[in-house]
Structures are given as structure tokens and as C-alpha cells.
Design a protein. Structure first.
Ligand code: CA
Length: 303
């Protein structure tokens, strides 16, 4: 905490807390714990806004926060959308339809599992989960950490998303008038995943991030948690210096760098821990609540 005290600027206060969901505010059962809910309400009682910034779609994040009795601004799909607590969309950064078509054709050619996130829902395709089963069977013998329970867990998480629809043919989604926010891919085949990352990371107009060991996600170059956090802070008339961001993965880097105070979860990898001001407890130890109490009590908001 000493480094924080040293870098605190004259008159700086904490006015906004942005938290990631998976691996951060959500525990491994994908729930927001009572301890975290209490801490969020404590911060709000001190006049500090708490917002969610997630790779999940708005619908899904809204459903999770509503179940926990929390009403917040939501930065969704890795920054491609911003919604108010009342559900009004105030910003979006969709991909061009032509780019989405090119990406999907490529993912189809290379037999990737993928999902398409739009402003209407998350689309998946009936035969895609078989790809994951095949990859896992192939990869498991040389990778003891890869087992069927991992696949089951990932598949359960995917299927449990609110607004998740199965579409017969990927071409059908192009007939709709929708905004394309993000394409999510998952692969247990390391060489294939790396080849995909190498290819898409250099495509113009696009950005690529990863929120887990086995995925990569493609969005517009204008969509990032950091860009959206900056935009939302400006709308709320809050300086980025008075913002705290909490995250655990590579898709959080942009917002961890934007915020005045950055917090890595105890379960984050060393790259993420290395760029943050402090490291809090893990997501299963209510790390968000711990960070909130430590910061809120240090930098009480004076209005
Ligand atoms: Ca995360």
C-alpha cells in the first residue's frame, strides 16, 4: 500500500470503481458473493459509483448483476457497448459486417468453435461443440491439466450465458439487422489457437484480446474496456485518476492502464500482476471486496 500513498495526487479521491466479472467479481461458481455485494453497496453509500466492465454481453452481465441486486453502468463485450443502469445504450463500437463475414469464413475454414456477440444476442451453431470435444480428446494425453471436467466447465459457462441462441447456419446471422460486437473463439488445440491469434492480430480495423487460457476474442479496433472506461468517466465527469479498475486477464489491460488505481486479482497471472498497483485476494476469497474496503477507506470521497 505504500506505493499507492506515494503516488496519490493532491486532492485525488476515489469516485468510480470498474470491475471485471469472470475471475474477478464472480467466484468460481460464477456468482457474486454476499461479501462482494455488501462491499459494492458500502462503496455506493460513500458516493462512489461501481460499474461492471466485462467481456460478456450486456444482456448476460445485466442478468448476473440483477440477480445480485446490483444496478450499475455496464461496459459489455470487451468495451463494444456501454449501457446505463436503466438499460439505455449510450455508446457502441461495432465491427463492420464485411469484416465479420471475413472472420467467420476464416474460422469456418479452419474449423474453430466460435460465438458471435451482437446487440440482439449471442449466436452459436449446433455442430461447433463437437470441435471442442475432438480437440480435447486429441490434446489431453500430453496435457494433464486438460481434462474432461475442464471442458464441461467451459461448456457449462458458455451455455449458461443469458441471450445465448443456437442458429442453424452462420449465414443466417448476416440476414439480420444487427450490430456485431465481438467474435469469441475457444480452442484446446494450442497450435491452432496460436495460428488464429497470429493471423487475426494483424487484421486491419480489428483488435484481439484474450480473457482466458484457451480463447481469443475479436472486436472493432475502437472497442476496448479502456476506451469505454475513459468514455464513461468523461460522461460522468470523473477524471481517470479518480478511477480504480480491478481485473484478472489480458482483456483488462487497457482499463488497468487507464485507471488511476489498478488492482490485480490474486488469481491473475504474473503479467497482469506486474502492471498493477496492488494485488488483492483471489476471486474465491472475495478479492473485490478486499480491494474496495482498502481503497474506499483510504480515499474517502468528499463529493
Ligand atoms: Ca476476467
Amino acid at each position: 500500500m505504500l506505493c499507492l500513498l506515494n503516488r496519490q495526487k493532491e486532492g485525488a479521491t476515489l469516485k468510480l470503481i470498474a470491475t471485471d466479472l469472470d475471475g474477478t467479481l464472480l467466484n468460481s461458481r460464477k456468482e457474486i458473493s454476499k461479501e462482494n455485494i455488501t462491499a459494492i453497496k458500502y462503496a455506493e453509500s460513500k458516493g462512489i459509483k461501481v460499474i461492471i466492465a466485462t467481456g460478456r454481453s450486456y444482456f448476460d452481465a445485466h442478468s448476473i448483476s440483477k440477480r445480485a441486486g446490483i444496478s450499475t453502468y455496464i461496459i459489455g463485450s470487451n468495451g463494444a457497448s456501454i449501457h446505463t443502469p436503466l438499460g439505455e445504450q449510450i455508446s457502441s463500437a461495432p465491427m463492420d459486417k464485411e469484416d465479420v463475414q471475413d472472420i467467420i469464413h476464416c474460422l469456418e475454414d479452419y474449423n474453430f468453435y466460435y460465438e458471435v456477440y451482437t446487440n440482439k444476442g449471442i449466436y452459436t451453431f449446433p455442430d461447433k461443440k463437437e470441435i471442442l470435444h475432438f480437440e480435447l480428446t486429441k490434446a489431453s494425453p500430453g496435457n494433464p491439466q486438460l481434462d474432461i471436467s475442464l471442458l464441461q466447465k467451459d461448456l457449462e459457462t458458455l451455455s449458461a450465458q443469458f441471450g445465448y441462441f443456437s442458429v442453424d447456419n452462420y449465414r443466417n446471422i448476416f440476414e439480420r439487422d444487427e450490430k456485431y460486437y465481438k467474435i469469441f473463439t475457444l480452442s484446446f488445440d494450442e497450435a491452432k489457437r496460436k495460428a488464429g491469434i497470429d493471423y487475426f492480430i494483424n487484421m486491419p480495423h480489428l483488435s484481439l484480446v484474450s480473457s482466458g487460457d484457451y480463447n481469443f476474442e475479436i472486436s472493432s479496433q475502437h472497442a476496448s474496456k479502456g476506451n469505454s472506461l475513459e468514455k464513461l468517466s468523461s460522461i460522468l465527469d470523473i477524471s481517470p485518476e479518480d478511477v480504480m479498475a480491478i481485473g484478472d486477464s489480458y482483456n483488462d489491460v487497457s482499463m488497468l492502464k487507464t485507471a488511476g488505481y489498478s488492482v490485480a486479482m490474486g488469481n491473475a497471472n504474473d503479467d497482469i500482476k506486474g502492471i498493477c498497483d496492488i494485488i488483492t485476494d483471489t476471486n474465491d476469497q472475495n478479492g473485490v471486496a478486499d480491494a474496495i474496503y482498502r481503497f474506499v477507506d483510504l480515499y474517502k470521497n468528499v463529493g
